[in-house]
Write a protein that binds this ligand. Structure first.
Ligand code: SAM
Length: 242
């Protein structure tokens, strides 16, 4: 049983669970490329204030960013709703000297008391987040005053277009993320300005949107997953007022 019984969320959880091993294989290959780990450490580290200790990685997936941040010395908790993803994450955590804690949890309603974290991060979650305004309000509450929210994502699906259906995985993706599904995803087709406005509406201050040309350069140099094109990603960051 997952903590949410929303049928549409269940369909997405099944997709991410079923293809978790394939997803992780690709993410690990990416992380093995020269400069990749250092780049991601900088993407997060340059906006996490000195003194940051506790971090929640929402929609941690197979846990690679949580593991990277734990390797930098932070106390990291990763939550996800896809059991298959958490299985991949936990297997790697066993070999980690300072492992994150990986838990089943809904990013829309994280199971933590107010003020639990110095920072909340996420990568590639915003686009697939149902009920994003509620999630943002709850993230605001789960941060301690002065805590920071950081998310990396790209407008992958801003323009509705026919999704590829060549492989079983692509077919599963296209049916899990059909137009009815996208209608439930506030940021599924959103641009950066809309995301920034929602963060501000949820009470965050100092909202910034930074393009990540260094990630694009790595993707251009080394290639991306089959069926994808290198795309400029953005880092959103903001603060809960102290
Ligand atoms: C594209 S993957 C990104 C995984 C990981 N953050 C990374 O950077 O590799 C999106 C992840 O978000 C998770 N997810 C989507 N909605 C969620 C929710 N409401 N609560 C928790 N996890 C969620 C999915 O299960 C999936 O693992």
């Amino acid at each position: 049983m997952t903590p949410t019984a929303e049928p549409v969320q269940e369909a997405w959880n099944q997709y991410w669970s079923r293809y978790a091993a394939e997803y992780d294989e690709h993410q690990l290959a990416r992380l093995a490329r020269p400069g990749e780990r250092e780049t991601w450490a900088r993407v997060w580290g340059s906006v996490l204030p000195a003194g940051t200790q506790t971090i929640l990685d929402a929609g941690t997936g197979s846990g690679n960013m949580a593991l990277l941040l734990a390797g930098e010395g932070y106390e990291v908790t990763g939550i996800d709703l896809a059991a298959g993803m958490l299985e991949q994450a936990r297997a790697k955590a066993e070999r980690h000297p300072h492992p994150p804690t990986f838990l089943v949890g809904d990013a829309v309603d994280p199971p933590f008391s107010p003020g639990s974290f110095d920072a909340i991060v996420s990568r590639y979650l915003l686009w697939t987040l149902r009920d994003a305004p509620a999630a943002l309000e709850r993230w605001h509450r789960a941060l301690r005053p002065g805590g920071v929210l950081v998310a990396v994502d790209a407008p992958w699906f801003q323009t509705p277009e026919e999704l590829p259906r060549q492989t079983a995985r692509q077919q599963h993706f296209a049916s899990a993320y059909d137009e009815t599904a996208f209608a439930r995803l506030p940021f599924g087709r959103a641009g950066t300005a809309q995301i920034r406005a929602e963060w501000e509406a949820a009470g965050f201050t100092d909202v910034r949107v930074d393009p990540l040309p260094e990630v694009l350069a790595l993707d251009r140099a080394h290639g991306v997953a089959p069926g994808h094109e290198p795309e400029l990603q953005y880092r959103f960051s903001a603060r809960r007022a102290a």
